[in-house]
Design a protein around this ligand. Structure first.
Ligand SMILES: Nc1ncnc2c1ncn2[C@@H]1O[C@H](COP(=O)(O)OS(=O)(=O)O)[C@@H](OP(=O)(O)O)[C@H]1O
Ligand SMILES: Nc1ncnc2c1ncn2[C@@H]1O[C@H](COP(=O)(O)OP(=O)(O)O)[C@@H](O)[C@H]1O
Length: 196
């Protein structure tokens, strides 16, 4: 970029992480609508908060009310949605926070792009593995019904693609596991890998 110079900052990410006594990271939930991203991200944040960690949850619907309210659900807009969210999440990680994000993030290329923004161990890709028929049965917001009736276009899993992660760090079968067990799997992973 011309005429723009990066400024090194005196207080570093490592300094902030030391002060917060935690290992900042981004727990990136990906999966179909209704697969349980928001539910599990919320429950995980609650548990981490209870244990005294500094956390923040970036949630799809909420970010689309503010920063990304100019974006819709074409492939192009989803790419831009995830690009902005990735950059925002990077700032939170830089600030020393344990970040959870709950976005469909349907394309492997953008998930890999976000992974590439962070240091290797800072990005944890969590695939919320629930079959489409289970998500559609749950339909917590009635959106699948609308999509089937043709009232919503480009709905993920119906007439818009979802690329299953090839090598996620964690896969959670939210179609069969109860919520507490899903959170337990993540806590176990974070403990075993030295995040908490
Ligand atoms: N066409 C279409 N396709 C998918 N989802 C739709 C659509 N229209 C609205 N919604 C609602 O928006 C939420 C998904 O937003 P995301 O920012 O996570 O999507 S994406 O990552 O850019 O693909 C999604 O939230 P979740 O159900 O929590 O996944 C829906 O509530
Ligand atoms: N094991 C589970 N994990 C997550 N959600 C579950 C689970 N079992 C049932 N559910 C229900 O499925 C729905 C998932 O919705 P939500 O968390 O909004 O998904 P998403 O954010 O992926 O769209 C909620 O109504 C939740 O109560």
């Amino acid at each position: 970029m011309s005429n723009i110079v990066w400024h090194d900052q005196a207080v570093t990410k490592a300094d902030r992480a030391r002060l917060a006594k935690q290992k900042p990271c981004l727990v990136w939930f990906t999966g179909l609508s209704g697969s349980g991203k928001s539910t599990i991200a919320n429950a995980l944040e609650q548990e981490l908060h209870r244990r005294g960690f500094h956390t923040y949850l970036l949630d799809g619907d909420n970010v689309r009310h503010g920063l990304n309210k100019d974006l819709g659900f074409t492939d192009e807009d989803r790419v831009e949605n995830i690009r902005r969210i990735g950059e925002m999440a990077k700032l939170f990680v830089d600030a020393g926070v344990i970040v959870m994000s709950a976005f469909i993030s349907p394309f492997a290329a953008e998930r890999d792009m976000v992974r590439g923004l962070l240091d290797t161990e800072e990005f944890i890709e969590v695939y919320m593995n629930a079959p489409l028929d289970v998500c559609e049965e749950r339909d917590p917001k009635g959106l699948y019904q609308k999509a089937r009736r043709g009232e919503i276009q480009n709905f993920t899993g119906i007439d818009s693609a979802y690329e299953i992660p090839r090598k996620p760090d964690v896969t959670i079968d939210t179609g069969t596991l109860p919520v507490e067990a899903c959170v337990g799997r993540l806590i176990d992973y974070m403990e075993a890998n030295g995040y908490i």
